[in-house]
Design a binder for this molecule. Sequence first.
Ligand code: HEM
Length: 419
Amino acid sequence: MLEHLGEAQGALTRLHLGPFTPFLVTHPEHLRRILRTNAANYPRGAAMWKALSRLVGDGIGGEGAQWHASREVLRGAFSGAYLAQMGPQMAGSIDAAVADLGARGGAGRPLDASVEMTRVVQRVIDPVFFGRLIPDGEGDRLGAAVGTAMGSLLWRMAMPFVPHSVPLPGDRAFRKATRTVNEILRPVVTAARNAPRDGGDVVTRLSNGTGPDGAPLTDDQVCDDIVALFVAGSESSAIGLTWIWVALAQHPDVARRVRAEVDAVLDGARPAREHVRRLTYTQQVLREVMRVYSVGWAVPRTALEDDVIDGVPIPAGSTLAISPYLTHRIEEFWPDPLRFDPARFDRAEVQSRHPLAYVPFGDGVHQCLGEAFFQQEATLVVAAMLSRYDVAVAGRVTPKLSLTLQPQEPVQLVVTPRH
Ligand code: HEM
């Protein structure tokens, strides 16, 4: 369906999906109006966000004063300075997770890439989110419960007009999963509150943080924001990492060049943060992967008041679906858009391109907090994997649209130790 919609090549189009008639927005100049110059008129608020707020509250996953307060508190946890401070821990966790992955995939046994990449991501976020406050293994259990709760909201997202008094499939699973989430998170938040510390981790920052009225965030708000970060950061990263292996398998010449760069830069050492900056081609490849496989393929907004964009009237109350996936396929900005070409991210190319032609992490006030985090994490994962293994993908992989752009069938990774 998406490839078909791509024929619009940036034109603002109204979709007719039964009773649901959102505007599809892809042209960078239209994005500029919605995400930057008239952003106040286009808050979150569409059906997806409303359903999601049952899980993530109205902090960082929401809109308005509470969102703003949460964003201010969390900004530090994703700053360059904190990423640098966390660098050794992140690199160490990734390398250890990648070594374990190899042990499971010995003797050519295929591994499910998204399961493996989720394991890696979980190991990385545990210290960043929780410091040392969460018991071993509970981070995995929390991630699984949040995943289940998200999955069980799909019906509510698809049928936002059904009142909550009317049961829908998924409601029971949702309640059970959110009970588990609370069971795990409450003691962690209580522990952080009872023994205040200076840690830079997310739980400590939120527990010490204040809301729009200057009062400390409540336990509910702290828990909501942690869950929101799980939702925003963990599945998207794991899927993004999974697509990297698909792209490298489909482009062996690119894969060879990435591996040569990793070998030259690491020079026999284990991957560390100081290598990331020097892995320039690898980083270009990651950007191209995020262009072609835009995990957050659609980002909804709602118009508060009537507006006109490029001559098209947008009535108040309309839903607008921004689609980074389609923006990344507009010929005017991406010649031969289906060709996988990391050179699109050479410095000169980037500087001459429209600044909103590349938006895998959104733009404007809600721009992804975790973009630099992901770029660092993904570069280290690629370096750790390719320095240890020859990596192959068995079978063909096609994309499928869910809330995120996912592989239709499990991606089978085959890893063979190099030495
Ligand atoms: C492949 C990886 C990722 C992709 C494709 C991605 C994509 C996005 C996009 C498109 C948005 C904008 C949503 C909007 O405009 O409403 C967003 C927001 C956000 N992302 Fe990411 N993200 C990724 C990884 C992460 C990670 C690793 C974290 C944190 C651990 C994170 C945290 C967030 C947060 C907190 C927001 C909401 C920001 C706000 O509303 O102020 N993301 N992300």
